[in-house]
Design a protein around this ligand. Structure first.
Ligand SMILES: [Zn+2]
Length: 470
């Protein structure tokens, strides 16, 4: 409530700043860029963006789209807002290239998950700066990245070289719930971006230890959620007279067989690369085992030990977590139905039908009904032998000598999956370096981004996009 007036004041100040600081004189990029000035702007805009409450549900991304539109308009960057449902909107903005290369899309979702103010140290939409960090829901997921995308558009427009490709900013609604924003864009406006060569979006996973960047993970693949509901039915009755094959008993037997099932270990190329890259960070004998991961996994004991570790198991196999359970509402009533839900995550390249058939065999009880309870998103991945990947690796090592740059497959989902279906190479990467403690703020409490990340990330992200678009 107290947020709105502050935002208006900040926008006014920004408009004044524009007058004082006229746009590009460095069109050929030969001149020097006044970085401190852009970095101040980045911090100010980060705070303004975090104050736009796009908690989803309900989303209300139209407010964020209007906020971004105003900035694009002030910078004479061509843009369009699509309000596809009341209050729900996407925004696309474009810097034209000469067309010698296919476009790059900077993709961010504008919605954020909800926040429980009572569990935060500060108002989740205040964007206050405390101990060097800007606090706000979405600071890491993913308005922080959206801000770097926005700053890159502004700086490219004012200072950048002649572009070989279009640079497209795409801000979408509803990633955190149902992807209706991206799905709408792909169904209705794909002509605006489907010829792109690259998407850069969330999913990168970087590790900061103290002040040292240890690991930079470029997300090239994600697992696919394949959520299932199992229903057993059977004779109901009074709890005092047991039914041997009651719904609950049969469901529990099925769940036991699922728990005992070790889904096969599979080593995808991106995952093999990941183990090799992180090998130097390990102690022996793990170092040598990771270095030769394909060979090591042929040892069943090693494969079993590694794939049962929480940190690594999901990289190597389709996983199953039993999550929801229901039976009778009363202790003395044997129900006629019992259900459980499984959070299944498939590796890229897997077929849900094949998985279902294997699961049916494991359960070995045809009377148990299995149904899918989510919109299945086909798992996919992007190749790593691309110019953008090597550029990210090179620039990162220049800025952070000693950092390991590697491929990442996420256990979770990102919208990269949707855009890869159009034939676009999609990577999750941003030069935002966080400690494990800071990562807990993602979908958790006290989400925050360091001012240092905003300032230095602005330059680091800009330079990669500039170089890939020369
Ligand atoms: Zn996100």
């Amino acid at each position: 409530m107290s947020v709105e007036p502050r935002r208006v004041i900040a926008i006014t100040l920004f408009a004044v700043a524009l007058v004082v600081f006229p746009s590009s004189v460095n069109a050929q990029n030969g001149g020097t860029i006044d970085w401190p000035r852009y970095q101040d702007m980045a911090v100010d805009l980060m705070q303004q963006y975090l104050r736009v409450n796009t908690s989803n549900p309900p989303g209300n991304e139209l407010e964020a789209a209007k906020f971004l539109k105003k900035i694009f308009d002030q910078n004479a960057i061509e843009n369009e807002v699509f309000e596809f449902k009341p209050g729900r909107a996407n925004i696309i903005a474009r810097l034209k290239g000469n067309g010698s290369k296919r476009p790059i899309i900077l993709l961010s979702h504008m919605d954020v998950v909800t926040a429980e103010p009572a569990s935060w140290d500060v108002d989740p939409f205040s964007a206050v700066i405390k101990n060097g960090s800007i606090y706000g829901r979405g600071a890491l997921d993913m308005k922080g990245e959206g801000l770097l995308h926005l700053m890159t558009m502004i700086i490219l427009k004012r200072e950048g070289p002649l572009l070989s490709r279009d640079v497209i900013f795409l801000g979408t609604a509803d990633e955190e719930v149902d992807d209706i924003g991206s799905l709408w864009m792909i169904a209705n406006k794909a002509d605006l971006f489907k010829n792109a060569e690259y998407v850069l979006t969330e999913g990168g996973d970087n590790l900061l230890e103290g002040n040292t960047v240890k690991l930079v993970g470029v997300d090239v693949a994600e697992k696919a959620p394949f959520w299932l509901k199992l229903t057993a039915t059977g004779l109901p009755g009074h709890g005092s007279r047991p039914v041997a094959d009651s719904a609950t008993n049969r469901l529990i037997r099925a769940m036991n067989r699922i728990l005992d099932w070790e889904t096969p270990v599979k080593l995808l190329p991106a995952v093999e690369q990941f183990f090799k890259d992180i090998a130097p960070l390990q102690q022996e004998p793990l170092r040598a085992q990771f270095q030769n991961i394909r060979e090591s996994l042929k040892n069943p004991d090693f494969a079993k030990a590694l794939s049962s570790q929480r940190e690594f198991g999901f990289l190597l196999r389709n996983t199953i977590s039993i999550t929801m359970l229901s039976g009778s509402k009363q202790t003395n009533v044997i129900p006629n139905a019992a259900t459980c839900n499984l959070d299944v995550r498939l590796l890229p390249g897997e077929s849900p039908d094949d998985f279902l058939n294997a699961l049916r065999t494991v359960i070995a009880d045809p009377s148990i009904k299995i149904e899918s309870v989510n919109r299945f998103k086909q798992p996919n991945s992007s190749p790593i032998d691309k110019e953008l990947f090597s550029l990210i690796a090179r620039k990162t090592k220049e800025k952070h000598p000693g950092a390991v740059v590697t491929t990442k497959m996420l256990s979770g989902y990102t919208e990269s999956q949707l855009y890869r279906q159009l034939g676009i190479v999609a990577y999750g990467w941003a030069p935002i370096y966080t400690t494990p403690e800071e990562d807990e703020g993602v979908h958790g409490n006290n989400e925050r981004i360091t001012v240092k990340n905003v300032r230095e990330g602005t330059r680091e992200f800009y330079e990669v996009v500039r170089d890939i678009s020369r």
